[in-house]
Write a protein of this length. Structure first.
Length: 432
């Protein structure tokens, strides 16, 4: 039997990537390659991994948040929120770009997935910017892609749930840590849009007459109740984040089926099928990452990396700066999910040894991975929106770089000033 199973696992990763395997299948295949070449009992290890994974109650939050997001997209909730945001800020120069960001702030407090926000509410935004505002296709997609990065930062958040599983930190504390950074991201994007709007002469939006405002806000009132119920319940201690995910799915279905009545049985069935498929992919990713992390743990990679990092005598700030610069570079060639599920567990022992708060560390790296999702040439969100809109990738790539700048500035502000992420968790009793 070959003597370097960890090297063979890395070689398999490269081969599978070149063959364009899906991320979940690629990671699962790499794990199996390691187990086979290291003469492990594949059946036993996979069985133990599955048992360990599915005994984690917090995993139930993932399919529930996926379902809630898909129900909202199918129930025209995005259109109603868009209309309300348009009434607030749409009349300014480049107003439709500002409305896109503001809509994503609200939608992010309901779904927790950047790709879901981009493919659902994002399509409404792109249509309005291109057809009403005559924005260039690449610019409309770039604004939407950047705004969708708010999804996993403003709670609830599927990546935060996954990070909590990997690190053992409180999901509630992670959710709280994302509120202020998410708002900072939104403000930074809107400042850039204002600058781009003046420089390129983007049009002013139409002012909504005062007499129509009550009706516009009234139609959005019910969707706005969802984040209030969801986050209020978590922060008030009424239910756990996992229970909140089920409440979100139920509340979204109640709005779509019982109040708006635009979700029939056929549409609801399609939503459930789509949610099951998406949830299966996420669960496959998590289980596969457990197998890969078993390999890294067994080979002492995590401990070796922690010792190697310690030998540099990094300060906590120096460590975070080095890690995030590395992730920004890797994000141009690797998917954010791979970095979250493979690299973060390896780095957690070093972060702990340096006394870095793991809630703060988690929020920072998740934001880093969101930037990776919109960074050419392999930004997942860019590929999704290009496929859905027909806008060529070369047009999107020309525009998206400028939107990575304000998000990166916010990232380094969070690294330099941890209190930005930790003030709300501290306020609600988080001790660290």
């Amino acid at each position: 039997m070959l003597r370097d199973p960890i090297l063979l696992m890395c070689a398999a990763f490269i081969v599978f990537a070149m063959l364009r395997f899906s991320i979940a299948l690629m990671m699962f295949g790499c794990g199996l390659v390691y187990l086979w070449t290291s003469q492990q009992d594949i059946g036993l290890i996979v069985d133990q991994t599955l048992n360990s994974a599915f005994q984690l109650n917090v995993l139930l939050a993932i399919p529930m948040f996926v379902l809630a997001g898909n129900v909202m997209n199918a129930a025209t909730i995005s259109e109603r929120i868009w209309a309300a945001a348009d009434a607030v800020i749409g009349r300014t120069r480049a107003g439709l770009g500002h409305v896109t960001v503001l809509m994503n702030v609200v939608i992010s407090s309901m779904s927790g997935s950047a790709v879901s926000d981009a493919a659902g509410a994002g399509m409404v935004a792109i249509h309005m910017m291109r057809k009403v505002g005559n924005y260039p296709g690449g610019l409309a997609v770039a604004i939407t892609a950047a705004a969708s990065c708010l999804g996993p930062i403003i709670p609830p958040s599927i990546p935060m749930v996954i990070y909590a599983i990997l690190s053992g930190v409180s999901v509630g504390a992670l959710f709280l840590s994302g509120v202020i950074p998410g708002l900072l991201m939104a403000v930074s994007l809107m400042l850039l849009i204002a600058w781009v709007g003046r420089r390129r002469g983007l049009p002013y939006g139409n002012a909504v007459p005062l007499r129509e405002l009550p009706g516009v806000f009234g139609r959005a009132l019910i969707p706005f109740s969802l984040p209030v119920v969801l986050l209020g319940g978590i922060w008030g201690g009424i239910f756990t984040p996992t229970e909140a995910a089920a409440v979100a799915a139920f509340w979204a279905m109640l709005i779509g089926v019982g109040i708006y009545r635009n979700l029939g049985l056929k549409a609801l069935y399609a939503v459930f099928v789509l949610s099951a498929r998406q949830s299966t992919v996420v669960m496959m990713l998590i289980v596969s990452s457990f197998i890969v992390n078993f390999a890294l743990e067994r080979e002492g990679v995590a401990q070796g990396l922690a010792a190697w990092i310690t030998s540099f005598n990094f300060t906590p700030l120096g460590f975070q700066l080095a890690v995030n610069v590395m992730f920004l570079i890797l994000g141009t060639v690797l998917d954010g999910a791979v970095m979250l599920l493979v690299f973060v567990p390896v780095l957690l022992p070093a972060a702990k040894s340096l006394g870095i708060d793991l809630v703060h560390f988690g929020l920072v790296v998740i934001l880093n991975f969101m930037i990776a999702q919109i960074t050419p040439p392999y930004g997942l969100i860019l590929f999704v929106l290009s496929a859905l809109t027909g806008v060529p990738m070369r047009e999107i790539n020309r525009e998206i770089w400028q939107f990575c700048v304000p998000l990166t500035i916010v990232l380094f502000l969070l690294i330099l000033f941890p209190a930005i992420t930790l003030w709300l968790p501290w306020t609600f009793g988080y001790k660290g």
